[in-house]
Design a protein around this ligand. Structure first.
Ligand code: COA
Length: 431
């Protein structure tokens, strides 16, 4: 039977597809901007027929009706990254959080530590050989989907066909739900334009050599940094994700990927988040390869890129260099994401530059602190940390004693808090 017959025989409506989900099963949903919206909406409607169904996911963008209180007992989310749309449910104990490095997220499922019964995924229409691309979200989806017993796939006419290790054959898809709707967009914010972020970006750009390979995230700091890179030469990209800012750097001839020591000539990523402009740009674009996250985020793969620059942010940093990034005290905020993967990978890269960057204050309190808040989650340990950057400068902590680290960090704290931090450092015998 040709793949075209297979395809036609497996087409169902979203409502029919979710009737193949049963009580006590574990599901996986594709996340980021690739959430399969039609199937998920049908699942929410069908949920009263189900008991005790677990939904595993990482970050999802958009409304999350599937965690609303009325669905307790029917659907329960187990998230490996706390995105804003599920944060309240986690805090209220209606959803669970499982901490895991993003490099190991797919392995939880592939190794059957959390076996998946049904994967709900979102793919491009098949090519002439019957292969669908996972489109804008390959990293956290491909291996997990392949590990599932049943796969329900939305086949969206508007999902770009991204290249790389990014395909699944129609014969592997159990049910196909044809759709045609626009993907959600996540434009770059205006926050990156603020004076504080611009100063942070200026310091970061001083640390980036020509020929560097960059990890870029999303948020005010990466957005600000991108604008400071136009004077650089031959940058490359190996990153968990990227957004629209990369297009202008490629057009300007700044990102050429020509000096990359792994995958020269290619942008390597796990997923993309951005606007229609970006989704159009990545479609069938041979300079971009998307790969599973257990490859992209593997610190020992990352380390094969010489001059690997990793830029990540934090909630607070203590005077010994411990970096809290996933919680505000005991209040869980996000997750480890790819932070430790990239900080460690760039640390092991020849000429690598691991950077933690954050504004010196939040809500008028210092983010450089003598001790972390009780319950704060350490994401980058004091053994992994290298550069910490605020709008007041760069602290280089690697190979430094606790006494030297405390002094370096006090120097980049907001001036209003330096005296108090110095007093606390003495009290703790750090200086
Ligand atoms: N004390 C109290 N509140 C604090 C705080 C502190 N020390 N630091 C930050 N906050 C508050 C901010 O005021 C803000 O509150 P608001 O939402 O009410 O405005 C909120 O926490 C988020 O802070 P902000 O500085 O806006 O965060 P961000 O959006 O720049 O994200 C991280 C920073 C650390 C939360 C984010 O990078 C993250 O989740 N990192 C972990 C994963 C990771 O690094 N992934 C990257 C590799 S892919």
């Amino acid at each position: 039977m040709s793949w075209i017959n297979q395809y036609e025989n497996r087409v169902v409506s979203a409502e029919e597809a979710v009737q193949h989900i049963h009580s006590n099963q574990r599901l996986f949903i594709t996340g980021n901007c690739s959430v399969p919206q039609k199937v998920l909406a049908a699942l929410v409607d069908y949920a009263p027929h189900l008991e005790n169904v677990e939904i595993c996911q990482a970050l999802t963008v958009g409304p999350a009706d599937y965690v609303k209180p009325e669905l307790q007992g029917h659907l329960r989310v187990n998230t490996m990254f706390i995105s804003p749309n599920v944060r309240k449910a986690v805090h209220e104990g209606r959803a669970d959080f499982t901490p895991v490095l993003l490099s190991e997220f797919p392995l939880l499922f592939k190794r059957k530590i959390l076996p998946i019964d049904v994967a709900l995924i979102h793919v491009s229409p098949p090519d002439e050989h019957g292969f669908c691309s996972f489109g804008i979200e390959v990293g956290l989806t491909k291996s997990v989907a392949e590990s599932a017993t049943t796969i329900i796939a939305e086949v969206n006419q508007q999902m770009p066909r991204t290249l790389g290790d990014s395909f699944i054959h129609v014969s592997r898809l159990t049910y196909l739900v044809p759709t045609d709707y626009e993907l959600p967009e996540l434009p770059m914010g205006a926050e990156g334009e603020s004076a504080i972020y611009q100063k942070i970006a200026t310091y970061i750009s001083e640390l980036i050599p020509d020929g560097a390979t960059m990890q870029m995230g999303i948020g005010a700091i990466p957005d600000a940094v991108l604008k400071h890179l136009f004077g650089k030469k031959d940058l490359g990209i190996h990153t968990e994700m990227f957004s629209d800012g990369v297009i202008d750097l490629v057009d300007a001839g700044v990102v050429t990927n020509s000096r990359k020591t792994l995958h020269p000539g290619k942008i390597i990523a796990g997923f993309i988040l951005g606007t229609k402009r970006l989704y159009k740009w990545v479609d069938d674009n041979p300079i971009i390869e998307l790969h599973p996250t257990e490859y992209v985020n593997d610190p020992f793969i990352i380390a094969q890129n010489d001059k690997m620059v990793a830029i990540n942010s934090a909630i607070e940093v203590d005077l010994t260099g411990q970096v809290c990034a996933d919680s505000i005290g005991h209040r869980l905020f996000s997750g480890v994401g790819g932070q430790l993967d990239f900080i460690y990978g760039s640390s092991r890269s020849k000429g690598g530059v691991p950077i933690i960057a954050l504004p010196s204050t939040a809500k008028d309190i210092s983010r450089i602190v003598a001790t972390l808040k009780p319950g704060a989650g350490v994401v980058t340990t004091r053994n992994h940390v290298h550069y910490v950057v605020t709008e007041y400068g760069i602290a280089d902590l690697y190979g430094k004693t606790i006494r030297q680290r405390a002094q370096e960090l006090i120097n980049i704290a907001h001036p209003q808090f330096r005296e108090e931090l110095t007093r606390q450092a003495k009290e703790l015998n750090y200086t």
